[in-house]
Structures are given as structure tokens and as C-alpha cells.
Design a protein around this ligand. Sequence first.
Ligand code: NDP
Length: 282
Amino acid sequence: MSAQILDGKAIAAELRDSIRQEVDNQVSQGNARPGLAVILVGEDPASQVYVRNKKIACEKAGFNDVSEVLPADTSEEDVLALIDKLNADETVHGIIVQLPAPDHIDPEKIIERIDPKKDVDGFHPYNVGRLATRMPTMAPCTPHGVMTMLAKTGIPIRGLDAVVVGASNIVGVPQLLELLNERATVTVCHSATKNLAEKVGQADLVVVGVGIPEMVKGDWIKPGAIVIDVGINRMDDGRLVGDVEYDVAKERASWITPVPGGVGPMTIATLLENTMKAAYRK
Ligand code: NDP
């Protein structure tokens, strides 16, 4: 059996189109365009690419892009002051600070300073707490984008045995909460987990986000399982590969996400979705 491909690129394009239509609709009724501020401190090359992609997506969706690029030696105090200014600006509905920031800037202070209503990355403890108490407001983009993709399989999440490999604040933990809220039975694995292959092998649904190329071997996958690969790893020869051994896994899975073109495009589309909700929430 060869898996059906969960085409994140196509699903994200559909979502972006529906966002663009809604924005045009709101603007025709006299409402403002959503405004997204992406703050980049320094010149990390990967961050520059992410910020450029967000900027392009923002413009295509009909949003106002109010991004700010600050020099690497900008003080923490100045970044916090900029966040305060954007928090108070009614034309700005979403604020994100591209991480990692330079070492002299504490990411926790930055995340906590953003008004939770404008925290379109969904990283503020208030928004994570809302998700954990089944009152989601602004859900972290990557795990929520995964849920949007899963809906496309038509397979109900309720009752599935799910294994999430990776337990970070931006991927694994909110993914656990999203799946739990849909009534999956979820096991979360991390660097101290014993018998990882055995745990993965029991799962109906596997979501992997560890940052190690092809760490989850294809022959661990239970035949018929759904496999979502969040990992993005740039190899020395320039190829992008995921955290799952794709070629083998796709012969066992029922559905699988490719890398690239799987979860990545969903993350940006979900960021736009969160920003639009922030703009038009009454
Ligand atoms: P982190 O480094 O923050 O977290 C990695 C997680 O993997 C940790 O929980 C860690 O465990 C766990 N881990 C590490 N080694 C192992 C192991 N051998 N077995 C089991 N678990 C292990 O990474 P991120 O969550 O930020 O990112 C993960 C991957 O997802 C990266 O490839 C990143 O590029 C990608 N990513 C992709 C996005 C997209 O849009 N597609 C968005 C965000 C990330 P412990 O907690 O014990 O340290």
C-alpha cells in the first residue's frame, strides 16, 4: 500500500484564498485590513527567509504588513518598547517576534509582553492556558495547521491512539493539547522516552517534530497509520528532509505529509488565519 499524500501546499493555498475572500468582504463593508507586525532582530539567514515568506503571504492575503527589522545589537528594552507601541496601535492586529532572537534578548519576556489578543503565534502563556482548558483562542500555528490538514483526511480523530514525538512549546505540547481536545488518546515522547520505536509502532496517528533528519524510521510505522512530519532539516547537499524516513514510511502509512510541501505551508496560512480572527473578532 502506498500512502495518500496530505498536500499541505494545496490545502494552505485553499485556506489562503478563503482568507483573502473574507478580507475583501470585510473591507467592502468598511472594516480595516488586518495588520500584521513581524519583528526580526538581527540577520539570522533562516529567520530572514521565514520573515520574507510571511511578508509575501501577508501581502497576497490583502493584509497590511508592518514588519520591523532591527539591528542585532538592539537592546531588550528597545524591543519591549516597540512591542508596547504595537500593542497600543489599533491598526496592528497581530504581533510576532521571529525567534530565535540574539542571546541578550530573553524570549520569555518578549512572548509575555505581547498583548495576548495580538499574540497570533499563540505562544503567550494565556493562549496556551486557554488551549489547555479547552477554550482555545489563538492556537499555536504549526499544531493547529496540522489539525486543519487532518480534517482533510476525513478520518475522525476521536478515539485514535496518537503519538507525538517531540515536546517543545511550539510543536509537541500544543499538538498534544489539540489532539486531546479532539478526544484522541495521546502519548508524548521526548529525548528521555524509552522504547520509542515500540510506542510509534502502536500509533494510529504519528506527529513528529524533533529536528533530527529521518529519526523516525519508516518500518516503525503501523500499517495504515497517518504520519505527519513537522521536521524541516537542510542537508549538506541542499536537500530539505523531514524527521521521518519518508520513502519507507509512505509504503506503510495510509496518509503522509511530504517535506517540503507538507506542514510548512500550513504554518504560515494558519498565522494569517489567526491574524484575521484577531482583526475581526468582536
Ligand atoms: P526543539 O529543539 O525545540 O524540540 C525538539 C523536541 O524533540 C524536544 O522536545 C526534544 O526532547 C525532542 N527530541 C530530541 N531528540 C529526541 C529523540 N532522540 N527522541 C525523541 N525526542 C527527541 O524543536 P522544535 O519543536 O522547535 O522543532 C522541531 C522540528 O520541527 C525542527 O525540525 C523544526 O525545524 C521543525 N519545525 C517546523 C515547523 C513548520 O512549520 N513545519 C515549525 C516549527 C518547527 P526534550 O524535550 O527532552 O529536549
